[in-house]
Ligand binder design. Structure first.
Ligand SMILES: C#C[C@@H]1N[C@@H](C)[C@@H](O)[C@H]1O
Length: 447
């Protein structure tokens, strides 16, 4: 046990109602929207090879002349005339999202709210209005909780440093720390209904060295807003360890490291709450007019969602509106397909978590109380869904399609070498589905 002043201040999951509500979300929406959405991954007929929201960092022979200066003046043309927060919120609601994570400020430092600590904000654009407030109000109105994404790394601020290597760096970074604290308290005060902060851009050596400051700031934010939810990405411990402190205890309220990546087993989750944030194309969060590479289908994303919930996590799908405030057609149709599937099957998602059942090839188990939800992605040729129950004295008593409650047969398939009870849930051969489907299996303690 290493003695830490600024490690994790709690081990085990939070047990309060606010965190329980977070745990039951299942599906979330991420929105990356800012002035990087204007170039949309290219400029002057040239395309940038990286993630569109990082285009400010474009440099070298391929970058347009004076690109940095051009970029830093883009806010003067930011006028998303097509933006309609209520339309976005309605679409998210229909998709089945229970929370949204919205970029208040990405790494470029441009603020989508009228911060009084910098001129580099929405207030100084042709649009002028407070976009964060519009999003918070619209999503809350349809019952979707809002989490505010905030990038600590801020390329626009004079005091920001990647590392602190001189007394000048130190003085500059002190001003940056003050600015960061001011903006975070400003966000919490201006948008009191926001349930949490989703931090990013916290990997710089300069920030990783701020264990005491970040720990005190986290405490100050939690005191200002009791119940506030902050993930593992915000701060580092006394020795610069992030996400998990030097004693192996998670920092923050949930594991925030699953970015474009999913755990493969319940062991990978280490008993933590967690969410996975996922892009629809390979690695584009902000709007990119030319999606390159593989674009995930609705059923890729539904499988990731069900897998996440089967491992007691939430799954967050990213949307990147364009510079005018439009959500692109590909994302709109994906949201519709996922929403149609969720309308029939959300009982297998909301409030569900990992079932202590042996993973089977046909798909995933999720559980709520004594109900098991079997979501089938790979229908066996013999139509038999293998189920193995290791818990002694527990047996399945009822099985039926979630969609229409039509019963399906449960076959006793004896015991395996480990003396676990085996069952086949038999899908009627005539039942045809071109979409993943859910069978509910009710369990009972056998006398
Ligand atoms: C790297 C990185 C950032 N983290 C993701 C959530 C996006 O914001 C991306 O730009």
């Amino acid at each position: 046990q290493i003695s830490l002043k600024h490690g994790s201040h709690r081990s085990g999951k939070r047990t309060d109602a606010t965190m329980q509500r977070w745990r039951e979300y299942g599906l979330g929406q991420f929105i990356h929207w800012g002035i990087y959405s204007i170039p949309g991954g290219g400029w002057d007929g040239k395309t940038y090879g990286g993630a569109a929201e990082w285009i400010r960092s474009w440099s070298g022979k391929d970058a347009p002349n004076d690109w940095r200066k051009t970029y830093d003046n883009l806010y003067k043309q930011f006028n998303p005339v097509d933006f309609n927060a209520n339309k976005w919120a309605e679409q998210a609601k229909n998709m089945g999202a229970k929370y949204v994570i919205f970029t208040t400020k990405h790494h470029d430092g441009f603020c989508m709210w009228p911060s009084k600590y910098t001129e580099y904000t929405i207030a100084n654009t042709p649009y002028k209005k407070d976009i964060v407030k519009e999003v918070v109000d619209a999503y809350n109105k349809v019952g979707i909780d809002v989490y505010l994404y905030f990038s600590v790394m801020d390329w626009s601020h004079q005091g920001w440093r990647y590392d602190i290597k001189s007394p000048e760096d130190s003085i500059a970074f002190e001003s940056f720390k003050k600015f960061t604290r001011n903006q975070l308290l400003e966000l919490l005060t201006s948008y009191p209904s926001a349930k949490g902060l989703w931090f990013d851009g916290t990997w710089d050596k300069s920030w990783v060295k701020q264990a005491e400051f970040a720990d005190e700031l986290e405490t100050e934010m939690r005191t200002l807003r009791p119940g506030l939810i902050i993930g593992s990405r915000f701060r580092a411990d006394d020795f610069g360890k992030r996400h998990v402190d030097s004693n192996g205890v998670m920092m923050g309220d949930y594991e925030q490291g699953w970015e474009r990546n999913l755990p493969n087993s319940i062991e990978d989750v280490h008993g933590h709450d967690w969410d996975c944030v996922m892009t629809i194309p390979d690695n584009q969060w902000g709007y990119n007019s030319h999606w390159k590479g593989y674009v995930k289908t609705p059923y890729n994303l539904i499988e990731m969602l069900v897998k996440s919930v089967s491992l007691s996590g939430n799954f967050v799908i990213n949307f990147g509106p364009d510079g005018k405030g439009n959500i692109r057609q590909e994302e709109t149709s994906i949201a519709k397909e996922i929403g149609d599937w969720m309308k029939t099957n959300n009982e297998a998602i909301y409030g569900c978590s990992h079932a202590d059942m042996k993973k089977q090839d046909w798909g995933y188990f999720t559980q709520k109380g004594r109900k098991l939800y079997l979501t089938v992605f790979n229908r066996p040729i013999n139509n038999c869904l293998n189920v193995e129950i290791s818990e002694k004295g527990v047996k399945p008593t009822k099985a039926y399609f979630l969609a229409n409650k039509l019963p399906v047969a449960i076959q006793d398939a004896g015991k395996n070498k480990q003396n676990n009870n085996l069952y086949n849930i038999v899908i009627p051969a005539k039942y045809i589905s071109d979409k993943p489907f859910v069978i509910v299996l009710e369990l009972e303690e056998s006398q």
